[in-house]
Design a binder for this molecule. Sequence first.
Ligand code: DUR
Ligand code: ZN
Length: 130
Amino acid sequence: MIDTLYKKALEVRENAYVPYSDFRVGAALLTEDGEIYLGANVENASYSLSICAERNAIFKANADGKRKFKALMVVADTERPISPCGACRQVMAEFGDYDVYLANLKGDIKEATSFELLPYNFNKEDMDEK
Ligand SMILES: O=c1ccn([C@H]2C[C@H](O)[C@@H](CO)O2)c(=O)[nH]1
Ligand SMILES: [Zn+2]
C-alpha cells in the first residue's frame, strides 16, 4: 500500500499549479474505508491564498464525507523528505493520529504520524466546557 500511495502522490504531483514557486508537491490520502484521495498544491497570484497538497487531499476527502484516515503520503523534490508546513500539520491532526509518510523523488521515505508531527496539538477537546 505504501508503494501505491507513493506512486499516486508522484502522479498527482504532476498536476500541481505552481507558476510562482515552481515547487511541485503531491499527496495521497488513504481513508479508513480504503479510498484514496489525491491532492497537489495550487498557487495564486495573491500568494497567501495558495493551498498545499496535503490540505487539498484532506479537504477533498472531507467533501466526500470521509474523515477517518489511515495514511497520508506526501512527495516533493527535496533533499530530505518533504517537511509539511505548520498549517498542514494542524489540519492533519484535526482528524486524529494516523500514519504520515514524507518522501522525496529519490525514494527516501520518513515515517511519522499526524500527532508526532504536531506535539501538544490544539484540538476540539480543548474547546469542551469545563
Ligand atoms: O509540504 C508542503 C510544502 C510546501 N507546499 C507548497 C506550498 C507552495 O505552493 C509551495 C512552496 O512552498 O509548496 C506543499 O504543498 N506542501
Ligand atoms: Zn502546508
